[in-house]
Each structure stands twice: as structure tokens, then as C-alpha cells.
Design a protein around this ligand. Sequence first.
Ligand code: AMP
Length: 491
Amino acid sequence: MTQNYDLPNFPLFNNLIQYATNTEQIAIDDSRIGRSFTYKELITAVIKLRHELLNGKSSLKEQRVLILCPSGFPYVVALLAVWAAGGIAVPLCTTHPLPEQIYTMQDSQSSLIVGHPLFGERISQLTSEITISVLIKDDSSFLNMLGGDDLLQQTQIMNDPVSFDAGNLIIYTSGTTGKPKGALSTHAITDARISVLVNAWYWTANDRIHHTLPLHHIHGIINALLCPLYIGATVEMFEKFDAAQVWGRWAANIDDNKQERPAMTVFMSVPTVYSKLIQHYKKQDVERQAQLTRSCKQFRLMVSGSASLPTTLRNQWRKISGGQVLLERYGMTEIGMALSQEYMISERVEGTVGFPLPGVQVRLISQETNQDVTEDRNEPGILQIKGCNIFKKYWEKPEATKKEFTEDGWFITGDVAQRLGCRGYYQIMGRKSVDIIKTGGEKVSALEVERELLSCDLGIQDVAVVGIPDPEWGQKVAAVVVMEDNKVSDV
Ligand code: AMP
């Protein structure tokens, strides 16, 4: 019979128990609470919250549970406890307007909110819209869950009642083409997504990641949170990104030559964040800039993804960080990560996203001929993906799910890509629906034009290239630009 304090027999929980039992390692360093939490404290809190969620039942049986907790220990405990109890976690974007959150709550048919008083007012608004149970946990409730060595001894890993193939997570797509859809994954899919990255990016227990990413998105959940926890590393969590705070934290262990804070080893973000970090850096005096540059030495890996990384940005970052070459990867809510540059710096070719990760099958299908052009060079095609990283379905949307797969089971990403050079590095050219502009019969990649504009010395800080309907050309290529301070554009 299942004991109250048992955990499911998945690699993630096996690993967490092992780190909790054999090490004093820090799992989460929560900057908001101002406290670090060991693996032992983390797993103890997870076991206790799981027990409370189950409330006498043996499993939540894939019941959907909304999570509205701040980034840090409360969020991590809530997520893992829902999984350990056999529920499906639906992390809400904490900054979304009320109607979006109501949509997520209703579409996912969630029956419980695990929330934090920081979002108390919002939770009241949500519960006035629909009948749903609420479990509010403040920081002291979480701090009260940490004790109990015997609890860990009593805990066993059990095969039942949560199946590895049960649903565990719904992440809502950004909804560029219609209403957001809830992409459902399972414990097995999540495990495949995590384990492949742990190996590809050489995660070890010695790593400490600076986590500022949103936790309702694949990047923040899988790449930056679960990979380090899976391997016994430390996640230092901040509620949100703030350029001055990030630089300040990095410089904390070189300022005045005092080792004030443990060194970071990994940082992951999106191109906009690197751009903001550069802007902040440029506003500092020369002495401070030198300090900030030195502070980047602590990192073994800096990753960029979720959008195209312009070459100028990549080069600027390399310069101001004293030589950090950003590793670019390509992924999506529905597929986790699919393509990644190699870990070896010389193989991180600019403007490309490397190769398929192990276990991920990738092919390019020409839009004109419908032929497989994967082995051709400089021949664009729609990127299609197969593998154990692919989501299970869109929640309650069988038609939409069917539409995204070919008859032989490939997921159609909607992104256009081509392969370059003799090794065939993959290059993302943009979304078929918006980034491929048809002008005078030619197909033009908006991302490529953006890259070129940013590479020229025109003083452009940021740019978005779009196709504008035109009777003569079909579409004309247009650019909306943000100029660097005080510069006037004659582009
Ligand atoms: P999301 O599901 O919100 O993570 O968005 C996924 C989309 O972001 C993909 O379909 C691509 O269009 C885009 N994307 C992700 N990574 C990259 C990248 N490295 N370069 C260009 N576009 C990317």
C-alpha cells in the first residue's frame, strides 16, 4: 500500500532524494526571501505539500493545478509537489492581465490554485470569476515545512500511483496566431527534455545558475530550473530581470576583492536581455566597465535562445564580457529544445543554432516541392521534428493538435530553416506565417534583414522587419527601428 510520504519512481525524484540524503548541497538560493534551501529542505517541503495536496487521496489523477507563486522556493516546492501528487501543473504568468489568467484557468479546467499572498488580490479576482479551490501558502508556511529528518527516512520511491506517462505540465503557447493553446507534456517527455540538456551542456553539481527567467515558459522551467536540480546544482533565483541587479550580483564577488557571494557558472536568457545588459554596461565609467568585464569570467556557459541573436549583439557581448561566446539554441513550447550549438566554442557558428540534440529527429520540407531538403545546403524548408521531446497534445484541442502533425507523425514547427556550410549548421530564418516576406516573387527572411541592418554601422539599436502589402511587389520589406541615443535615421 502507498505510504503518505512516498514519491514517484522518476529519475527527477530519485535524484532529489539522493542529493538530499548524501549532501548538504544548496538547491535554491532565493533572493526575495533572502535564504538558501538545501536539497534536504526542498524535498522535505515537497513531501509535506504533496501530503497536503493529496488530503487522503492516493493521487490527484492528472487534476490541473494552477500555480501562482513568486519565482523562488515557493514556486519550486509547489511545482514538484503537484508532480509528486500526480497532478498537472499549470504555471500562470504572474504579470499577465486578469483576462489572460482567467482564460488559462478556464481552458485548463483547473480545480485548484496553489498561490502566494503576493498575488492575493489577483487570486481573489480569479476566484470571483469561477468556483475553484485555493491553497494559499505564505513564506512562513514554506519555512515551516523544512524540518523532519525522519520524514526523509520514511520516504520511499514507489512505482504507483503516478505513471511516468501521465500528464504533468501545461504550458500555454504565446498565441501569435489565435488564442493560446495549452501544450501538455508528461513526466516522460519532461525527463527526456531535461536529461538531453544536462548532458549536452555539461551540467554538474558544481554549477550555480543565475535564474531570472519567467516560470510559465519552457526556457525558465526546463532549461534553467529543472536541469540544474536534476544534477544537484544550485539555482539562484530572482523574481525578475533587472540589468543593474544582474551586473551588481555578478560583480559582488569581485567588488573590493571581497568574495561576497558564491560565483555563478551559468546564465541563460533571451537576446533582449543581453541587449539591456549591454546598454547598462555602456552607461558605466571605464573603471566600473573593467570590473563588470572581469565579473563575466566566473561563467563557464552563457546561453541565448527563444529568438534570433543578431550578430552585432553576439559580438558586442563577446567584447564586453571578455570573450564569452553565447551558445545559441532553438526550441519551442511544444518541443522543448531541438537544436543547439555545440559546447565547443569554435563550433558556435554565428547566425546558426547548431545541430539536432541527441534523440531529436529533424527534417526540412520544401514549401514549393514538398520534398525533404534536409541534406541540401542553402535550401529553405519548414522545420519538422520527431522525438521523445515532443508534447503530447494541446489540452482539449484535438483538431488543433492534429493540424500540427504530418500523417507520419512529424511535428510541424512553422519555422523556416536552412543548412549552411559543409557541416550543415542549421539556421532559423523565421516563422513561416510572419517572417518570410514574399517580395517580387522572392522569399526574404525578415530575420536575415534584421541581422544585416544591425550589423551595418547605422546606429540602429533594435529593429523589426515586416512585410507591408504592396500592389506591385506583393509585399514590400519595411523596417521599424529604434535608434541609439541621439542618432537620427536616414535608413
Ligand atoms: P516559444 O514557444 O514561446 O518558446 O517560441 C518558440 C519560437 O521562438 C520558435 O518557434 C521560433 O520561432 C522562435 N525561436 C526560438 N529559438 C530561436 C532561435 N534560437 N532563433 C530564432 N528563433 C527562435
